[in-house]
Design a protein. Structure first.
Length: 406
């Protein structure tokens, strides 16, 4: 790789052990992907997750113990938060597991992370401008940054983003390059999404059929919001490995279909109509009965308007006995919901907020849950797999509230 003099000095250790270690990782990865240079990144979104994996704890501590210090603004994805440790005595979490979770948080905080603990950093101040290079993890956030903001990041594996935060650099390959951002498949949407979950269902179909291509989506309503695109992208990125999509007339690299394809001919074309939606709902819903142990909402973390809509649905309702009703949410959005009174309505109905966290970071596999109800296509995709292995009932938000409350 061609490095600048400044980068060469970083690699030689002029700026300390953590920078040298990070540069060694970045240059090796860059070379393996054929990157010719590094690019400067304007922000990082980092993950301090998976406390069940000792390797993820040791990796984070390895950077911190070498004197790692973040030099670009670096936000944090949800992680298992001390305020949620063993919060439900009937659903215990092993002390050893919680110790690892605490160690990860201490290590990343020591390096200067902005502790927003949310998978929607782009709504919370980490909002790169069009064309800026960033180094993000979290598949849904990556998809949003590339597609809706027009920023540039690859789907990074954990650890690389920490090296990027310490050096302010990332290898220039993949979605950092113009030629890899052109659309190569066409998605014709012939269905009018009515609920937020409908956008998730469309994203799920795209992820299933198009894997890691760059879809160009036609036919979404012109009034589609950023939040709806958030949900669509999260499901596409979770079900497949979509890092970038273009929605004609809605996203910045797709003012027209021609611009989105950039001269490419579509290699593949799929149609999403009512029939395709019906068929996929049969696949997403893996539960054999209507019984469930918990309702899980907030994937990706909700905006305040989603909390407002949920509060409206829950006025005068009561969560059925024996059911856990959890909404995963960022600290910021929950603080706003408390000020506005929406949190009170939801909590009075018997639901609970889980701040800065995600169900994936709880030691849930030992809880004996068999089935969960969710309004998130991304959760519906992930939860039936290891390590959680539960069946899923997938409904829109109103459907979840109707099924879980009296
Ligand atoms: Fe966020 Fe967890 Fe979903 S990190 S996108 S709530 S799987």
């Amino acid at each position: 790789m061609r490095l600048t003099n400044y980068e060469k000095r970083m690699l030689d250790g002029e700026q300390g052990e953590a920078v040298k270690f990070s540069m060694e990782i970045l240059t090796k990865i860059g070379e393996s992907y054929g990157a010719e240079t590094l690019v400067e990144v304007k922000s990082v979104h980092a993950a301090a997750v998976y406390p069940e994996l000792l390797a993820s704890v040791e990796m984070m501590e390895g950077f911190a113990n070498r004197g790692g210090c973040f030099r670009v603004p670096t936000t944090a994805d949800p992680a298992h938060q001390p305020c949620n440790f063993n919060r439900w005595p009937d659903l215990p979490e092993p002390a050893e597991y919680l110790d690892k979770a605490r160690r990860i948080l201490l290590a990343i905080e020591k390096m200067g992370v902005i502790p927003n603990w949310s998978c929607i950093p782009y709504f919370q101040g980490n909002t790169p401008r069009f064309g800026q290079h960033v180094a993000w993890v979290e598949s849904s956030a990556i998809c949003y940054a590339n597609s809706v903001l027009g920023a540039r990041t690859n789907r990074l594996t954990m650890g690389l983003e920490i090296a990027a935060a310490i050096t302010g650099r990332i290898p220039c390959f993949g979605l950092h390059l113009d030629e890899n951002r052109k659309g190569n498949t066409l998605v014709q949407v012939e269905y009018t999404p009515k609920t937020l979950s409908d956008y998730g269902t469309i994203g799920y179909i795209i992820g299933k059929h198009l894997s890691d291509r760059v879809p160009v989506i036609k036919g979404l309503p012109p009034q589609t919001t950023a939040n709806q695109l958030k949900v669509l992208g999260a499901a596409a990125a979770g079900r497949g490995a979509i890092g970038l999509y273009h929605a004609v007339g809605l996203t910045p690299e797709a003012k027209t279909e021609e611009q989105a394809f950039g001269g490419n001919k579509p290699e593949k074309e799929i149609k999403i109509g009512s029939k395709e939606i019906e068929e996929i709902l049969g696949e997403i819903n893996t539960a054999k009965s209507e019984q469930f142990d918990a309702v899980l909402m907030g994937c990706p973390h909700p905006n305040i308007d989603e909390i407002m809509d949920l509060a409206r649905l829950m006025i005068g309702k009561r969560v059925k006995p024996g059911i856990k009703f959890w909404i995963f949410v960022s600290f910021d959005v929950l603080a706003t919901a408390r000020k506005m009174g929406y949190a009170d309505i939801i909590e009075e109905a018997g639901a609970q907020f889980v701040e800065g966290d995600c169900i994936l970071f709880f030691a849930m596999k030992d809880w004996g849950w068999k089935t969960v109800l969710t309004d998130s296509a991304k959760y519906a995709n992930i939860l039936p797999s290891e390590p959680t292995c539960v069946s899923v009932i997938y409904r829109d938000t109103a459907g979840c509230v109707a099924a879980a409350t009296i």
